[in-house]
Design a protein around this ligand. Structure first.
Ligand SMILES: [Zn+2]
Length: 390
């Protein structure tokens, strides 16, 4: 599986009912995966910045860490499950471990600052929350808001998947979010054409989420609702980052793209402001099925979806990619919401944690998810039920 994922988002001013097809993205080293982001989301204006600590320089935050002032993001925000006292004591108890982590974090910060320098960007600044580290030339408010959303996604993600019986854990170190000021910074930093990559992407190799302020995007894909583009890209890509850092998926192992994308889309409807939960029906992805049918794009058998990552990449045409994403959402939603299937899906995800290549994909899926042709029939029937509104 390719380890870099590119998030594509819709951004035109057309009617609210269209799904904008992804455009192919050419890259020098590897073709990137595309995620078609869809419309009809509300802009997010969430600002929760109490407790978020912004430190302008690496040296500065190291000093603060030394003073023990590092802690806390959301302990003081009403409605969250974090217990401030428990949090405080756990921070003290973990001080020794933190020293090592802080060195790693300092190295990570230095590495990204260096990349920013090489790219000719202005000064990078850092914002930290309990589980995330934002660094980049984006404005402080943007970094802070982004991390607030990341923390909310994490809370709901952990709650949701634990309730479904998955043995997952909080990220063991702060996850890096490179927060860039706009399209120009993004292009300079990542080498990606921002016209093709709306919002950002999660890079499995570096484990970093590269994200830019879409409000500062010009040109043909400038968003009618840039806040929305920011948020949906952030939710989708943060979910990728979480699945690979909480024990659900193994970052350095083989994971069928359909599973990785299905999980991200299962959560992407999440709206931190409205406290919408992961797992809600993803109407935009369902619409992808309808559009594919309208264009007479044939249903992709589940077996093929699991085996063939090219369905999601630049080798496939846009309609196929769109359908592959829609079916991946459908498949994962089915596996997570049917009680019997859920149990088998948990075992399946455990099994693939040790896979170093794609040779056993079909065998693993068949072992845990049952006969794949039957599953295919089941998922097709499920899609029809959902489209009927049942
Ligand atoms: Zn994705």
């Amino acid at each position: 599986m390719r380890k870099t994922e590119t998030n594509q988002s819709t951004a035109t001013n057309n009617s609210n009912d269209s799904i904008v097809s992804p455009r192919s993205i050419g890259t020098s080293s590897e073709s990137r995966l595309k995620s078609i982001e869809t419309r009809r989301r509300r802009p997010i204006t969430l600002v929760i910045n109490r407790g978020l600590e912004t430190v302008e320089t690496r040296r500065g935050w190291l000093k603060k860490l030394a003073r023990g002032a590092a802690a806390i993001a959301f302990a003081q925000v009403p409605g969250f499950s974090f217990d401030p006292n428990a949090k405080a004591s756990s921070h003290i108890a973990e001080a020794a471990r933190d020293d090592v982590e802080n060195q790693a974090e300092a190295d990570e910060t230095a590495a990204i600052e260096k990349l920013g320098n090489t790219a000719g960007l202005g000064r990078f600044r850092t914002t930290r929350s309990d589980h995330f580290l934002a660094i980049g030339d984006a404005a402080e408010a943007f970094r802070t808001d982004a991390l607030a959303i990341c923390e909310l996604i994490l809370l709901d993600y952990l709650d949701h998947f634990r309730a479904k019986g998955f043995e997952i854990h909080e990220p063991q170190k702060r996850l890096t979010v490179v927060a860039l000021a706009g399209a120009k910074s993004f292009e300079a930093f990542s080498g990606e054409d921002p016209q093709g990559v709306i919002g950002g992407f999660y890079d499995r190799d570096t484990n970093r989420l590269i994200f830019y302020d879409f409000r500062r995007m010009n040109g043909p894909v400038a968003a009618a609702r840039p806040e929305k583009a920011n948020t949906l890209a952030l939710v989708h890509e943060t979910t990728h980052q979480l699945t690979f850092n909480t024990g659900l998926l193994a970052r350095t192992r083989d994971v069928p793209v359909t599973i990785a994308e299905g999980l991200a889309m299962y959560v992407e409807q999440h709206n931190p402001k409205k406290r919408a939960r992961p797992g809600e029906i993803n109407r935009d992805r369902l619409k992808g099925l309808v559009l594919a049918r309208g264009k007479r794009v044939s249903w992709i058998p589940i077996k093929k979806l699991i085996a063939d990552d090219d369905l999601f990449g630049t080798k496939a045409d846009d309609d196929t990619v769109q359908l592959a994403y829609a079916e991946s959402w459908l498949l994962v939603h089915r596996l997570l919401t049917d009680k019997t299937k859920l149990e088998h899906f948990r075992d399946y995800l455990k099994e693939i944690q040790s896979r170093v290549d794609s040779t056993r994909r079909i065998a693993d899926a068949a072992k845990h998810l049952g006969d794949l042709d039957r599953l295919d029939q089941d998922v097709q029937a499920y899609s029809k039920r959902l489209l009927r509104g049942g």
